[in-house]
Design a protein around this ligand. Structure first.
Ligand code: GLN
Length: 429
């Protein structure tokens, strides 16, 4: 080899990285707190600015001080956590869940979903997802040879004065038209990120009928199941007639216990889905981190007697109110979410100079990327541009929205509310 050879790019990365937008800088990195001024209030990436409850972190500390939980767990997950999941979820699924064959602990919800795709997708199989979709679905599908197929949730019409997430609707003819002989999986995310939509029984029944007719596997991403407001009922598609046999339900300790960095998730499904997924997961990660499984188990074991989820829900309700009242006072339209901890603000009326010094990561992206950057710098509150959750063809729908996360303490949200007052000067019809 000659000494003048350029050694900076000797071995080519796999072409699969080009698919699923894995080579493009992801939105979380662009709008990461480290790229923004230190005093910018972070309502962007959805993680809490508070710790999990101390009675849960104490269980993590105990686990770290003992022997077994510092070592490999069974690939299915630690038995204490599987027992806790069984006790917590069996009544919700109206069945006696089997810890050996119907529950799988995963390294966060993401890895669980990835393993389902590995287990079930043949090259060229199609996966239907509703837009806007959680961005991670896309590479998880394409890395496993799948082809994403998009069906839009239609945004509220202009004439809707006070839209809620229920005003984002599915056109079932469009959904039906999206199904082909290669369709294998449909992802149903309820409560929905980023819209906050809690799918109704009618909607889920219509999806279930299509899944039954075309023999689809349903991936029910229900990681925000503990955050449903306004008395709305969270309905599990797995509980609809016949649907248990074809549905895998995805859960997350990160969302449930304010521990998004723990990467503890779980899948609940019949053995016909769990067994192949376990086979994939065992060879991808072997097992999930052990001590934090003990802590998640403790959370589930004690949640009922502590009324943990009821209290947490009312805390989130108050957090949601701070942002919704702020946007109301500013006269800006937003989607009131019935679930999850995200609120979509319509930013069409927020005007900013075209020649504003945007960084290269934002230039060339949709108007929402620029608006979110401008709001982060000038107002001091960060958010996530919603076009990232759409395929290129439909990105213009998402460009009208910025997503603000309200999984932050009240004090922080009140400070954000004060800063939002400065947005007035940039609002123009
Ligand atoms: N689920 C979180 C969100 O939507 C974080 C996702 C991520 O960082 N990959 O904000």
């Amino acid at each position: 080899m000659s000494s003048t050879q350029n050694r900076s790019n000797l071995v080519k990365p796999s072409s699969r990285l080009k698919e699923g937008r894995a080579l493009a800088l992801d939105v979380w990195s662009i709008f990461s707190a480290t790229n923004l001024p230190a005093d910018c209030i972070n309502l962007g990436q959805g993680y809490m600015n508070f710790a999990p409850p101390t009675w849960i972190t104490a269980a993590a500390e105990d686990a770290l001080k003992s022997v077994a939980p510092n070592h490999y767990s069974h690939p299915r997950g630690r038995i204490r956590l599987r027992e806790a999941l069984k006790a917590f979820y069996s009544p919700q699924f109206h069945r006696d869940l089997d810890v050996e064959s119907e529950i799988l602990v995963t390294s966060g919800a993401n890895e669980g979903q990835y393993s389902v795709f590995t287990a079930f997708l043949e090259h060229g199989d199609e996966v239907i997802m509703f837009e806007p979709f959680f961005d991670q679905y896309l590479p998880s599908v394409t890395f496993n040879g799948g082809k994403p197929v998009y069906v839009p949730l239609h945004p509220p019409s202009f004439s809707t004065i006070k839209p809620t997430s229920d005003d984002w609707t599915i056109d079932f003819d469009e959904l039906r038209a999206a199904v082909t002989s290669r369709t294998k999986i449909i992802i149903v995310n309820t409560p929905h990120n980023p819209v906050g939509k809690v799918f109704t029984k009618n909607e889920l029944e219509a999806i279930a009928a299509i899944a039954e007719e075309f023999n689809l596997l349903v991936m029910a991403d229900e990681v925000y199941d503990c955050l449903v407001f306004d008395g709305k009922e969270h309905i599990r598609i797995a509980n609809l007639p016949g649907m248990w046999d074809r549905t895998v339900t995805v859960g997350s300790a990160g969302k449930a216990f304010a521990a998004t960095g723990w990467r503890i998730g779980w899948l609940i499904a019949p053995p016909s889905i769990i067994q192949p997924t376990l086979a994939a997961s065992t060879r991808i990660i072997f097992c999930t981190n052990s001590p934090l499984q003990e802590a998640a188990a403790c959370g589930l074991e004690q949640a009922k007697e502590r009324h943990f989820f009821e209290i947490q829900r009312s805390e989130y309700d108050a957090r949601r109110a701070v942002l919704s009242q702020t946007f109301d006072a500013l006269g800006l339209k937003y989607t009131l979410p019935e679930g999850s901890y995200f609120i979509l603000l319509d930013i069409s009326k927020v005007k900013f100079p075209d020649d504003y010094p945007f960084p290269p990561s934002v230039l060339g992206r949709g108007r929402d990327f620029k608006a979110c950057w401008f709001i982060a710098i000038e107002i001091g509150v960060s958010s996530i541009p919603v076009s990232e959750f759409y395929c290129e063809e439909h990105a213009n729908i998402g460009e009208a929205y910025a997503r603000f996360a309200f999984c932050k303490d009240l004090d922080t949200l009140h400070r954000a509310a004060e800063r939002f007052q400065r947005l007035r000067e940039y609002i123009h019809d």
